[in-house]
Design a protein around this ligand. Sequence first.
Ligand SMILES: O=C(O)c1cc(=O)[nH]c(=O)n1[C@@H]1O[C@H](COP(=O)(O)O)[C@@H](O)[C@H]1O
Length: 241
Amino acid sequence: MEVKRRLIFPLDVSSLNEAQKWVSQLKDNVGVFKIGLELFVAHGPVAIEKVREAGADDIFLDLKLHDIPATMEQAARAASRHGVDILTVHMLAGRQAVRRTVEAVEGGTKVFGVTVLTSHTRAELMEIGYAPELSRDVKEAVLRLANLAYRAGCHGVVCSGKEVSAVKEAYRHLKTIVPGVRPEWAADPQDQARVVTPAEAILNGADYLVIGRPIRQADDPCGAAQKILAEMKEAFEKRGF
Ligand SMILES: O=C(O)c1cc(=O)[nH]c(=O)n1[C@@H]1O[C@H](COP(=O)(O)O)[C@@H](O)[C@H]1O
């Protein structure tokens, strides 16, 4: 698989024009474009059409569904009918609800389960009221949710590059999407807490990386994406791909 198909760019913008501009500008270097809450809440399914029209290879609809099983099932089926390649659910919705989304999607949409958000710290998990034995170690919480994702039949999970090696060790068939990635030349974590570089994420076992602001806020976004691709390629080669 081409390395660019492992790089996911989040279209974290609220205008359709802007989203299309990013796709046209980056599509030679980025294979997967992510439509998240910002764009989808503003424009709905039209956003998917526009991103496809602009030439995206693959589309990732990041809705992080978290609701009762019947609602998750219907929402996931409707999302898959828009022809998206990847859809996210939140694993805190529980195994039954996630299993129903996995069974409901049509046309080959792959369901990924979000474990612990990369913006969360251990202190935040404790404040939320996560079971103390899990929030003692974020990795344990991620592994617990990865176990649910595996048992629910998910294609993969979303986790940080800090836990991805533990996830791969325990569930080697689960694919992993890693956000919270910062190259050395754009090291500011911003609102991310558990951050790694592209090379670290891949050497730890990431299959896909989500990288937004380091590209979007760069003086030369295409150049930034190319630098990231080169780092990813080298790391995948070290892993024997
Ligand atoms: O599901 C996600 O994509 C996601 C999960 C997670 O735990 N952390 C996380 O940052 N994300 C998304 O990944 C992107 C990260 O963007 P940057 O921090 O700008 O690289 C955003 O679109 C987030 O919504």
